[in-house]
Design a protein around this ligand. Structure first.
Ligand code: HAM
Length: 424
């Protein structure tokens, strides 16, 4: 058996971009999810679960083949039957597929929410993982600005209730397929001289001919600088898209939700049209983007449906929210304190007390190692137990750890004991 350094060398750790979610983070996750699901209930969104993997072409068609997610980040594999599959990089495409497959859109609007694990082969950094979690909501069947405003309001209410402060909402309109034709011509005219001078990265050079809008998502510093000076899509949108955008803004104002208009906001997925938005928290940067969303009226058609179904949604990055919350609300990560610690070296007597308490939904701890009574008392203190219980002949004694007050309870008087424990 190897020891010391050799043993260390052999130790297998989690792969890059994946993390073990430790108990304090799990507590934060549970809190975030419970706040979100409660908000979804109030807004009428029903939870849906979809598979972790799908046919690869679902994502290629839905998200767009010339996007970072598909070109660089999608985890794909071929199963033993030769089927090409992919791990889901996000939830919208899968939920849309499920809505169409099960005809969940017979009564409209149809509203769904989810909490999912996603996979993207990105360069890992703080708040950017290869395996991460999203909580999101999707509303199908309305092209009206009220639906956009309602979904933004659900995201805003959820993030605020979770305790994420310093939220900033950015919005933009990316128009529709028709008004984009003129824009793409202008954008190509702007980018060509840079391409000819060799100032675009190889990926952007390829994108220029296929999907020039995605040049604007490039993370290469030179391409980013060039993108800053590019014509803005919002200046090219058609009157209908402009009216829609104005409608969303008016509705947000009516709801008292503040927003910044950000003409450069494009979002890196091809399925968006009209409204796009994101929420930033804290001091900004990539870690600051805690939520992204928008309208995707053509996604059903992109994935093979002959029907159009307008839709709008968002997803919140759970890890990023937990980072923001652990700075702002660290108490949520603290473990729950036991209500009672049963102190006894008589294993059978202690086990019976623990059983009776837990049956009555009291969080009770006791010794399972074989500690002395003194060591058990230290353990009770370190766990922060509020009461000590000492099994005795025909009953037990309860001691409050804060006040020192003691009470003797007779054998089968568990309801009285639970009442006392619950009161203090
Ligand atoms: P997205 O902007 O790609 O949009 O992701 C949404 C959120 O997921 C981001 O704002 C971020 O908080 C989090 N996120 C994304 N990638 C990572 C990562 N590698 N590590 C940690 N967190 C990450 C979508 O996924 C769309 N499906 C949102 C949507 C729903 N649009 C309409 N409906």
């Amino acid at each position: 058996m190897p020891i010391g350094k050799e043993m260390k060398k052999m130790r297998i750790v989690a792969p890059p971009g994946t993390v073990d979610i430790l108990p304090e983070e799990v507590r934060m996750d549970r809190y975030v999810e419970s706040v979100f699901l409660e908000k979804c209930r109030l807004f009428g969104y029903s939870e849906i679960h979809t598979p972790v993997f799908e046919y690869g072409e679902l994502f290629t068609k839905g998200i767009g083949s010339v996007t970072d997610i598909i070109e660089k980040e999608l985890y794909t594999f071929t199963d033993k039957g030769g089927t090409h599959l992919a791990l889901r990089p996000e939830g919208t495409t899968s939920v849309t597929r499920a809505v169409l497959q099960h005809e969940l859109c017979r009564s409209l609007p149809a509203k769904f929410c989810y909490k999912i694990t996603c996979y993207r082969q990105e360069n890992p950094e703080k708040g950017r993982l290869r395996e991460f979690h999203q909580i999101g909501a999707e509303c199908f069947g309305s092209g009206d600005p009220r639906a956009d405003a309602e979904i933004i309001s659900l995201a805003y209410e959820s993030l605020t209730a979770m305790g994420v402060h310093n939220l900033r909402l950015n919005i933009n309109s990316v128009g529709c397929e028709h008004c984009r034709v003129g824009y793409i011509n202008e954008l190509t005219r702007y980018l060509l001289p840079y391409a000819n001078k060799g100032r675009l990265c190889p990926t952007c050079l390829k994108r220029l001919g296929k999907n020039p809008i995605r040049v604007l998502d490039c993370k290469n510093p030179d391409c980013k600088t060039i993108a800053k000076g590019a014509p803005k899509l919002i200046d090219y949108i058609c009157p209908d898209c402009l009216e829609h955008y104005n409608g969303v803004k008016a509705q947000l104002t009516a709801m008292g939700i503040e927003y910044n208009e950000k003409p450069g906001l494009m979002r890196g997925l091809d399925y968006y049209n009209r409204t796009v938005f994101d929420f930033k928290a804290g001091s900004g940067g990539a870690i600051g983007t805690v939520c992204g969303g928008g309208r995707y009226d053509t996604l059903c058609r992109r994935i093979g449906s002959d029907k159009e179904l307008p839709a709008v949604g968002f997803a919140i990055g759970e890890e990023r929210v937990v980072i923001a919350m652990s700075e702002q609300s660290p108490h949520l990560a603290e473990p729950e304190r036991p209500a009672v610690y049963v102190v006894s070296t008589d294993a059978a007597a202690a086990a019976l007390c623990l059983l009776e308490l837990r049956k009555r939904r009291v969080y009770a701890e006791g010794d399972v190692i074989g500690l002395s009574e003194t060591a058990q008392l230290s353990r009770a203190v370190s766990l922060g137990a509020r009461w000590l219980m000492f099994p005795e002949e025909n009953g037990f004694r309860l001691k409050n750890t804060a006040s020192g007050e003691e009470q003797r309870i007779e054998a089968d008087n568990w309801e009285t004991a639970v009442k006392i424990i619950g009161e203090k």
